[in-house]
Ligand binder design. Structure first.
Ligand SMILES: Cc1cc2nc3c(=O)[nH]c(=O)nc-3n(C[C@H](O)[C@H](O)[C@H](O)COP(=O)(O)OP(=O)(O)OC[C@H]3O[C@@H](n4cnc5c(N)ncnc54)[C@H](O)[C@@H]3O)c2cc1C
Length: 297
């Protein structure tokens, strides 16, 4: 016979709902006040996904009982084991890795990131079972050299594809450019340095800039001067031989904005403008192209 009161019943039900939804355990790999790399081990077997795709993380609402605060996050990668130089096989590990930066001026009633920064090793979290998205290598011909550009944690998706490209695309050269404002430093700096030491096909370039216009100017130089691109990126930035991935802050990406069913307005800033002027084209789900992008907001 049960001795529960109805009040304790509903508390138990609410607890059960939380338990049902918290379906993974957090391990903190690297932490700074403004950024974290976490590995999330799901209770159920991992689902298959393509490097570059995103899943979701969530915590119970602090104000609305029964509600969960969930946000999309790209699945990241540390790319290699620094001690051995071995590239990580994402299908052989038990975790999904995420790279999150703290957003203090969130737009929603209950922002998630400040709460993610209170988590400790072993805490429970919701980790969505759907991992989706088109920001992947699937449509890029296998011989193309790859330029990945990101702001802050836009590196997540790019790191996952850097790992895939180096494991699966022999002969392809890969360059990752981090556009850093306000002195931002990557939590993966050690991995990038180690990767450059053991993989001659890889370059990691940090552009510390005051404003994104400086990154546009640098990209302009790479597009116009083949020798400059070959020296700094490791390959000539030409739409016949290379593909560009842009991830993170929409202000750096500068994607066209939809104005009607078929009408788009070009952005007056960002990296897409110089790329398209140099003959690169945006890839969409419906047409091939040489530039992919993922804007985080
Ligand atoms: C497909 C996709 C993948 C994403 N992957 C990642 C990821 O791997 N790592 C990650 O840190 N974030 C990622 N984001 C952003 C993430 O989903 C959240 O928007 C972010 O963590 C802020 O959530 P919040 O609840 O704290 O803020 P909210 O209250 O939801 O406020 C959202 C606002 O915060 C700002 N914002 C959102 N993301 C950032 C950011 N990264 N840096 C600075 N300002 C931001 C924007 O102004 C946005 O409108 C991704 C977003 C999308 C759409």
């Amino acid at each position: 016979m049960s001795h529960r009161t109805s009040a304790s019943n509903s508390a138990a039900d609410a607890q059960m709902e939380r338990e049902e939804q918290a379906n993974a355990t957090v391990h903190i790999v690297k932490a700074r006040l403004d950024a974290r790399v976490v590995r999330v081990v799901p209770d159920a077997p991992k689902v298959r996904y393509l490097p570059g795709q995103y899943g979701s993380l969530g915590l119970p609402s602090a104000t609305l009982p029964g509600r969960w605060i969930k946000r999309p996050y790209s699945v990241s990668s540390s790319i290699l084991e620094v001690a051995t130089g071995t590239l990580i096989d994402p299908e052989a590990v038990s975790y999904y890795e995420f790279y999150v930066n703290r957003v203090d001026a969130g737009k929603s009633a209950e922002p998630l990131t400040p709460r993610l920064f209170t988590l400790n090793d072993g805490d429970r979290i919701f980790c969505g079972r759907k991992i989706v998205g088109y920001y992947t290598l699937h449509a890029v011909p296998p011989q193309r050299h790859l330029l990945f550009v990101s702001t802050t944690t836009g590196e997540s998706a790019n790191n996952a594809m850097v790992n895939q490209a180096l494991r699966e695309r022999p002969g392809v050269r890969v360059c990752q450019v981090l556009v850093a404002v306000n002195g931002w430093r990557s939590l993966y700096a050690e991995e990038h340095a180690a990767l450059m030491r053991c993989e001659p096909r890889y370059r990691y370039v940090v552009l510390q800039v005051d404003a994104y216009a400086a990154a546009e100017a640098r990209l302009g130089a790479w597009l116009q001067d083949a020798r400059c691109a070959a020296d700094e990126l490791g390959f000539v930035l030409d739409p016949a031989q290379s593909h560009v991935f842009l991830c993170g802050d929409p202000a750096l990406i500068g994607a066209p904005t939809k104005q009607g069913a078929w009408r788009y307005e070009r952005s007056q800033h960002g990296l897409i403008r110089p790329l398209t002027a140099a003959g690169f084209s945006l890839r969409t789900r419906f047409q091939p192209g040489t530039v992919d992008y993922e804007a985080y907001w």
